[in-house]
Design a protein around this ligand. Structure first.
Ligand code: ZN
Length: 350
């Protein structure tokens, strides 16, 4: 192949390859391949010395033309890259240069869900009061959710909680009391336990009812524990948690695993206990001015005996309250459904 022909071929492939370069980096490879110390152009130039004297003039001319063509094409290509809009993407393509001092792109950091934040806050208070924290199983068996809590099969109280069963006869827990038997069994009082967990109910959802709720259970068994101990402990916690003077009402109630059973009600944080908001019935408390917060009572002697504790010797109290309700009261949230709505406008307020 003649020298001139080789030069033409190099030119053709060089321009071809140049058109395929995508950025400054690939352009650098191209430059090395054609114009570098061992590049195709340089190699061709060196061949001139070995040519017969008569051919050298035309070869020199071909080389010069090739050099000019390549230099011009390279210059134009470089210019194209530098004229690209300075978007972050094209900038990173243009160069490997990385500016550590450049301000970063806006990035919104998330945070824990308000329920989780408040659960941890409540746990801290109880731990300071001497309680140990346990976590409930979300799925449990009939014995722990019902039978060990003084609700044998066919007990009418089960109807209220006869909810979500799996095919192998496990139940999505209806209350964190499902852990009571495990905690009491084989322990020597004093027993001070807090049980946290998600519970599932067959509820028609409205402003203050959800099918899924976060419950915090308290369990305290020792010698000589009485109802005032329950009321005092619970009030102490509420004062700490809410940092405001919450009004509390106690009314009798019935749960098979306590005797006597009571209910704690708190003044509604939306209507401030008046039952009305701007002349309308308050939808959060249903106009009563009170929100049911917790079921509680003295642990039933049968529950103690089932766990091997002598009811003649020991007594205790237990409560279970909905954390969601309490967070509503603390922050004046009017609808419990906000918690699970996934609406970031709501979540970001906490
Ligand atoms: Zn209200």
């Amino acid at each position: 192949m003649t020298f001139t022909k080789t030069a033409t071929q190099i030119k053709k492939s060089a321009l071809n390859e140049l058109a395929k370069t995508r950025d400054i980096n690939t352009l650098a490879f191209w430059r090395k391949e054609y114009l570098g110390k061992v590049g195709k152009f340089t190699k061709l130039t060196r061949q001139i010395a070995q040519l017969p004297a008569k051919e050298r003039a035309s070869a020199g001319k071909a080389v010069n033309e090739l050099k000019q063509a390549l230099a011009k094409a390279l210059q134009e290509r470089e210019k194209q890259f530098h004229e690209l809009p300075p978007s972050p993407v094209s900038r990173s393509q243009l160069s490997t240069f990385f500016d550590l001092t450049a301000p970063g792109a806006d990035f919104q950091l998330g945070h824990l869900h308000p329920i989780t934040q408040m659960r941890q806050y409540a746990e801290d208070i109880f731990v300071r009061m001497g309680f140990e924290v346990f976590e409930a199983r979300e799925v449990d068996d009939d014995y722990h959710n019902f039978e060990s809590l003084n609700m044998p099969p066919q007990h009418p109280a089960r109807d209220l909680w006869d909810t979500f069963w799996t095919e192998d006869e496990l139940v999505l827990i209806t209350h964190t009391s499902s852990m009571q038997h495990r905690i009491l069994l084989g322990q020597k009082p004093p027993i001070r336990a807090i049980i946290v967990g998600r519970c599932f109910r067959h509820e028609a959802t409205d402003a203050s009812h959800e099918h899924t709720l976060n419950q915090i259970e308290g369990l305290y068994v020792d010698k000589g524990i009485k109802l005032p101990d329950l009321i005092g402990t619970f009030k102490k916690f509420l004062d700490e948690f809410s940092q405001r003077d919450i009004k509390m009402k106690i009314q009798p109630s019935h749960f098979p695993f306590v005797e006597p059973g009571i209910e704690f009600l708190l003044d509604c944080a939306i209507c401030f206990g008046t039952g009305e908001v701007e002349g309308e019935r308050c939808s959060t408390c249903g106009g009563s001015g009170w929100l049911e917060l917790a079921g509680a009572g003295m642990v039933h002697p049968s529950v103690l005996a089932e766990a091997g504790l002598d009811p003649q010797k020991y007594s205790g109290f237990a409560w279970g309250f909905g954390l969601d309700r309490l967070v509503m009261v603390k922050y004046g949230i009017e609808n419990i459904r906000h918690f699970y709505s996934g609406d970031l406008r709501f979540i970001r307020q906490f």
